[in-house]
Design a binder for this molecule. Sequence first.
Ligand code: HEM
Ligand code: HEM
Length: 190
Amino acid sequence: MTTSLSTDYTGKTQYDWLTITLHWLTAILVVTLFLLAEIWDFLPKGTPLRKGMQAWHISLGLTLVAVYIIRVLWHVFGSNRLPPAAHGLQQVAAKTVHYTLYALLALQMVLGFLFRWAQGEPFMFFGLFDVPTLMSADREMAHTYGEWHEQVAWIIIILAGGHAALALLHHYVYKDGVLLRMLPCISRRR
Ligand code: HEM
Ligand code: HEM
């Protein structure tokens, strides 16, 4: 089925450049954070490489917090709005997935902070500054937060994977331009 590319009332066929940049930055950061954790799991505990990867995970996690806050503020106050890419139930499903991803990312960031504070270990941003400690160390809670953090990570990756697969389905099967709305491809601009 081929449908024409939707446009908003100003004639735009794509999200604005900041929305696109923040979307792809988020995607790259989430996948990198996940891969770092899955890879360090194979390394012996306490090795400098494992510790280094964990320090990178925390610094990139803090970067994700900044990207996320800018993204939500931009989504609410500044970004251009396009008409829904689908209608009826499909539109409800797509919106639900998007808002669930936003909610899970927020939860994951909060769990990341709780996890680190409960571990009572260094909490630095690329060696530049220390995140203030708001909680005393607690080994038992660290274990619990760690398990939740890991479970939420898998849910995010599976949901984002499904979301990406659908975007590719729209592009290659329905050929309706939904993926192009989120790509910086000038040729489709009207
Ligand atoms: C961890 C990875 C990802 C996350 C967390 C994520 C999250 C999101 C969210 C929250 C939105 C809603 C945008 C908004 O209204 O503010 C969105 C839109 C979109 N995403 Fe992703 N995404 C990810 C990866 C991908 C990938 C890999 C693709 C493509 C293969 C993709 C394609 C799209 C497209 C095309 C839209 C716009 C849909 C529309 O206009 O209705 N995303 N994404
Ligand atoms: C979507 C983003 C994120 C994903 C997918 C993710 C994923 C993971 C995973 C799978 C683990 C391993 C858990 C375990 O084995 O128990 C982990 C560990 C950890 N994450 Fe995240 N994480 C994310 C964001 C964050 C953020 C924002 C922070 C805080 C700034 C953070 C802090 C930590 C800490 C402190 C650890 C434990 C490191 C250690 O044992 O030294 N994470 N993360």
